[in-house]
Design a protein around this ligand. Structure first.
Ligand code: SF4
Length: 298
């Protein structure tokens, strides 16, 4: 498993690839890279999106409000919340904000799935996006979201088929070497958690156990668009999961992470995106000086 150290990950100060990194490559790969190199701004739109996600999560269960102090606490909290989410999927047919881990061509991959729901005894992956009411849902706009939901489907499939197991996870994230901080453990005790329920390794076994046995994964995936202000649904698209198509898309993406090629700016037909990019004319001059950045196809 490649992680940290050198290469492109090292250059970007990362130890693993996020699903959203890959999705963002399908908007503009150079922008994704420059966000790491030159600083990501925490925009008000991102803050609104985060709040909405938290509210949706609380509809299903109350997440642990205890703040992790150490890496071991963080690992435990993730396992506990995922375990509760997976139980909720089986009991209520719905779970939200599930962290998911996997491997892609030897790299660590992680992400957070917005929603899983059970429809006709099958698990459907749903990605929610906040957007504006007047948004046009063009191919260029929806492409990153489709890739994102497909990757989640692939990662869940890998876990369900045991291509990626609790053993893989425990080894890569060194679960066995971690301990809980005293303050975190005291708070868990106060919640009534005792014995095996306080063991991080055991909690991951429970979490993976639930994931191995989740209802069959549907190849029908959903991307739901909600108004960033009201949270109401504006539109949704259905996506058919195709493993071959996913593989083709990913192989070009991996050339970037392997350092076989530089990050690519947007193609000429999509240079209108530069109008909305904070790096345009500053760090990135790929299309700078071009007069016609028409919004055709936006
Ligand atoms: S200016 Fe255009 S090509 Fe450059 S990073 Fe931004 S969107 Fe990509």
């Amino acid at each position: 498993m490649r992680a940290g150290g050198g290469g492109v990950l090292g250059k970007l100060g990362k130890s693993s690839i996020l699903v959203t990194d890959i999705a963002n490559q399908f908007w503009c790969e150079r922008q994704m890279e420059y966000n790491y190199l030159y600083g990501k701004k925490y925009t008000k739109y991102m803050a609104q999106g985060k709040q909405l996600h938290q509210e949706l999560q609380q509809e299903v269960y109350v997440p642990l409000t205890i703040e992790p102090v150490t890496y071991g606490d963080f690992l435990y909290k993730t396992a506990y919340e995922n375990y509760r989410s997976m139980r909720s999927l089986k009991e209520k047919g719905l779970c939200r904000e599930l962290r998911v881990y996997g491997s892609l061509n030897g790299y660590r991959l992680s992400g957070q799935i917005d929603e899983l729901k059970v429809v006709n005894d099958r698990t459907v992956v749903v990605e929610r996006k906040t957007t504006d009411v007047d948004r046009k849902f063009t191919e260029a706009y929806t492409r990153p979201h489709i890739v994102q939901v497909m990757l989640y489907r692939k990662m869940l499939g890998d876990i369900r088929e045991k291509k990626y197991t609790e053993e893989n996870f425990a080894k890569i994230y060194e679960v066995g070497k971690t301990t809980l901080s005293d303050v975190f453990k005291r708070e868990l005790n106060a919640m009534g958690l005792q014995g095996e329920m306080l063991d991080t390794g055991a909690m991951y076994r429970k979490m993976f156990g639930e994931m191995y046995t989740m209802p069959t994964l549907d190849d029908r995936l959903e991307v739901v668009y909600v108004d960033r202000f009201s949270g109401k649904q504006i539109s949704s698209i259905q996506v058919e999961y195709k493993e071959d198509e996913m593989g083709e898309r990913i192989s070009n993406v991996m050339k970037y992470w392997n350092g076989e090629r530089e990050s690519a700016p947007v193609v000429e037909a999509e240079k209108w995106k530069c109008n909305f990019c904070k790096f345009f004319g500053k760090e990135c001059k790929a299309w700078w000086g071009q007069r016609d950045l028409s919004a055709a196809g936006k």
